[in-house]
Ligand binder design. Sequence first.
Ligand SMILES: *Cc1c(COP(=O)(O)O)cnc(C)c1O
Length: 362
Amino acid sequence: MSERVFNFNPGPSTLPLSVLEQAQKELLNYKGTGMSIMEHSHRGKVYEEVNSETEALLKELLGVPEGYRVLFMQGGASSQFDLVPLNFLPQGAVADYILTGSFAEKAYEEAVKIGEVHIAGSTKELNYTRIVEPNEIHLSKAPAYVHITSNNTIFGTQWQDFPDFGDVPLVADMSSDILSKKIDVSKFALIYAGAQKNLGPSGVTVVIIRNDMLEKVPKSLPTMFRYDIHAKNDSLYNTPPTFSVYLVNLVLHWVKNNGGLAVMEKQNQDKAKLVYDAIDNSAGFFTGHAEKGSRSLMNITFRLPNEDLEKAFIAEASKQGLVGLKGHRSVGGIRASIYNAMPPQGCKALAELMIDFAKKNG
Ligand SMILES: *Cc1c(COP(=O)(O)O)cnc(C)c1O
């Protein structure tokens, strides 16, 4: 393939071209040190600078207030499904989970193995076509925390406004929409996100944790599972995924150079609108999975009139250099993942193909 394609993969997903080019340029000799960043000791000054700058950049871009730490961990968001209850769900306590998609369910299923869990709201019986309404949320008496999934990667729904449960710690899996828009971090006790959607490559998981949560961690927990140990050691308790963190650093610089989250948000809205308009103006040829009030700016899910047309659509898209559009098996149809790094031209090309395809096959 002579040219890069528009990559709509859900994760790992497309990265900014300029980031890949910079990584390529620096691959053999990082900043004149005569070696790759991959070859540097994680205890050396060169890597430590990458580590601390990446934490600082994330705090700056997200507007993380005083009193929080940013950690770089391993094991993906899936490990966080276990670590959150291991750290914050002691015996005798109850944790509340709001189910809005497959990953929320997985997080819930892991917590069930560890302690007592209450489902505080769910749209499972609607096949997760929308986020729960505020009046459908019923918390347990004194939850240790409430867990939500901010963007449902598989179903293509996204919380538009975050709930406020007062003093109850709010924990959010933001794997597929972190950095896509401005958020009020002060509403959250803990945010986690696997990097491979909106932050960089796979291999590192970002955790943003409020300091008072660090004090709740049981000392009896195995060392590598303890958030407080990772915080105390600036994410350098053991060897971190140095190259992944370095790439996250480059992506954060890219976001900053592009104007930060306000610009990302506007761009993401404009990009998503191109594709949603193509669905809404197709006279029923395309049907969106998500209800309009819950639509995701990151993952757009839709069906065509039948599976043969869906296959033909994916084949035609691929011919035009638009790849990774096959929907998840639990929803079927098409899923266009249009994270920060998807250029507007990619969404424009997809929307044009949709309009053209509907005209020819409708
Ligand atoms: C991709 C994804 C996960 C799983 O992440 P891993 O890093 O593969 O463990 C969890 N939650 C959400 C919302 C995701 O999009």
